[in-house]
Write a protein that binds this ligand. Structure first.
Ligand SMILES: [Zn+2]
Length: 167
């Protein structure tokens, strides 16, 4: 979604949203979220017209995931990675989940020039994914290594998220 902007959301807004959604899903005391179970088995019960598709490279090209209306598409190698606990691929799945809940039904506009970070749907989806997979209220006082293992994210994502929490 190049040059598309949506209503602004701060990182704190996204942390609150992630907390609320975890709460609705009954996940708020869990460090580790089964992301494929969420998008394959839970979301169909939440959205009437929701679809989840695993697509090959010919269809997806360089896109690891895409969310179009209420359909989430994940590239097959990324799906396999998420099934095998690869942190980066698990983050991609939740990035698309973020688009689904925040942007599928939201008004969008074309930006004149550069999109402001807080209005960038890609930034919002990635920040949401970090907040959702690495919940602030559960990881305080943990080391990046511990967060990476317990939350199933990359060391880089764990480190980045802990840095944001400390601020
Ligand atoms: Zn995206």
């Amino acid at each position: 979604m190049n040059n598309v902007e949506v209503a602004p959301r701060s990182r704190n807004d996204l942390a609150k949203l992630a907390y609320e959604i975890r709460n609705i899903l009954g996940l708020n005391d869990q460090l580790y979220v089964d992301v494929l179970h969420l998008v394959e088995n839970i979301l169909p019960n939440v959205f009437d017209d929701y679809c989840f598709e695993v697509c090959d490279k010919r269809e997806m090209g360089n896109n690891h995931g895409l969310t179009i209306n209420h359909t989430i598409k994940i590239r097959d190698d990324v799906y396999d990675g998420a099934a095998n606990y690869v942190g980066r691929d698990r983050l991609t799945v939740i990035h698309e989940f973020g688009h689904l809940i925040m942007h599928s039904d939201a008004p969008k506009a074309f930006a004149r020039g550069r999109v402001i970070t807080y209005k960038d749907p890609e930034w919002q989806a990635t920040a949401f994914a970090g907040e959702f997979l690495i919940p602030r209220h559960l990881v305080k006082n943990m080391s990046p290594d511990e967060v990476a293992i317990k939350c199933g994210v990359s060391f880089e994502a764990a480190n980045y998220q802990l840095m944001k929490i400390k601020r």
